[in-house]
Design a protein around this ligand. Structure first.
Ligand SMILES: *Cc1c(COP(=O)(O)O)cnc(C)c1O
Length: 375
């Protein structure tokens, strides 16, 4: 089988989604499965939908379109503020989107009118992490404008924490979001169907037993795919942390000194801090590199240490045991490594499910047409 490849266990992903949906239902919270790390794979979308998630979300229109084309049947949420230039596509393919700019929503309203549709809006509120969101003091005014726009439905409000500054979701900021939902409903006599508290970083709070207030939705990506929570990167009890594995092939294996010789300046990727001299080591090169994965996010099997990487080469120290050229080595990935591998056209994706064995996606699936810019 070709390498490098990601082996993706759909049964494990289904299990993770199912356990999370189950635990959150008891807390009055529905799950939007965030697919952005998977290039809109319809197989992964269908695996999580059959586990009971109520919606799929993605930050990229390309992925939402791919899921639409593949016939994925679910409400689709665009989880990054739409670009104004994308308004037509957004109303055509997404049922609702997360928004924080009135200019964008006005454009969505016009696009919805010409498409003969309505578009759902969730207004994002800034709660301190300083990525997207309307400042809380401005929310009521903006919600008022949105409510008055034709072809637009205000579905609710939401927030996103822990992505830019690492601010943790907690009782205080979640209570603030709940209070804002109450305030908007009271001010305009509307019902907000969705109060979307955040992402996988909200799980510790959501499952802690504390009151969840008005929060009735979370948007989960990492916890479903990798089985861990992103605040401290701890495994979540009962979830699989090995649903996705990177397999790479050894292309060179030699005894070499652990120290370089000659005058040392910068490498292709900047300065390298040299490790202590360990005499001669068994060093191997795997055919995978920065173009395929974030090397810092790899966990190698026992006895193998990643000691460097360039665009196309991963250099490992194999503790005096020479690996065989042609051997395949399996790595676990953190979020950063997983996202880069999932989106690299050089890494093939092998999906496994107990029901109907193996499907292999084309190795170098061409980029979507709209990625090719002719000048
Ligand atoms: C990426 C993202 C998510 C999902 O985050 P995870 O940590 O992978 O669960 C949710 N909401 C928004 C707005 C995002 O950008």
């Amino acid at each position: 089988m070709s390498a490098p490849r990601l082996e993706i266990d759909l049964d494990k992903i289904h299990h993770n989604a199912h356990v999370l949906v189950d635990r959150l239902v008891d807390r009055g919270i529905s799950v939007t499965a965030v697919m952005k790390a998977s290039l809109g794979s319809p197989e992964i979308a269908n695996a999580v939908l059959s586990a009971g998630v109520s919606m799929v979300g993605d930050s990229r229109m390309e992925n939402i379109e791919a899921m639409n084309r593949a016939g994925v049947k679910a409400p689709m949420m665009l989880i990054r503020s739409p670009m104004i230039s994308d308004a037509r596509r957004v109303v055509r393919y997404a049922d609702l989107s997360l928004n924080s700019e009135l200019d964008v929503i006005r454009k969505l309203s016009r696009a919805a009118k010409s498409a003969g549709k309505r578009h759902g809006i969730v207004l994002m509120v800034e709660l301190g992490d300083l990525r997207e969101g309307i400042m809380p003091a401005d929310l009521e005014r903006i919600a008022g404008s949105v409510i008055s726009m034709p072809y637009i439905d205000l579905h609710g409000i939401g927030a996103n924490l822990a992505c830019h500054c690492g601010v943790s979701p907690d009782a205080n900021n979640m209570a603030e979001l709940s209070n804002l939902a109450d305030a908007i409903e009271k001010a305009f006599g509307v019902t907000l169907r969705i109060v979307s508290g955040g992402n996988s970083a909200n799980l510790n709070w959501a499952l802690s037993g504390a009151s969840t207030g008005r929060i009735n939705n979370l948007r989960l990506g990492e916890s479903i795919l990798l089985g861990c929570e992103p605040l401290h990167r701890q495994p979540i009890e009962g979830l699989h942390t090995d649903a996705i594995t990177l397999v790479a092939e050894v292309i060179e294996s030699k005894i070499k000194p652990s120290q370089p010789w000659g005058e040392v300046a910068q490498t292709a990727f900047g300065k390298k801090t040299l490790a202590a001299d360990r005499g001669n080591i068994a060093q191997a090169i795997l055919a995978v590199g920065q173009q395929d994965v974030d090397p810092e996010g790899l966990s190698a099997p026992t006895g193998i240490d990643v000691i460097g990487a360039s665009s196309d080469h991963l250099i490992v120290d194999c503790s005096h045991r020479l690996l065989q050229v042609g051997a395949e080595i399996r790595f676990q990935l953190n979020y950063s490594a997983m996202v880069r591998s999932m989106t690299s056209p050089f890494v093939s994706k092998v999906l496994r499910a107990s029901s109907n064995s193996i499907q292999v996606q084309a190795k170098t699936h061409p980029l979507p047409k709209n990625h090719i810019i002719v000048t």
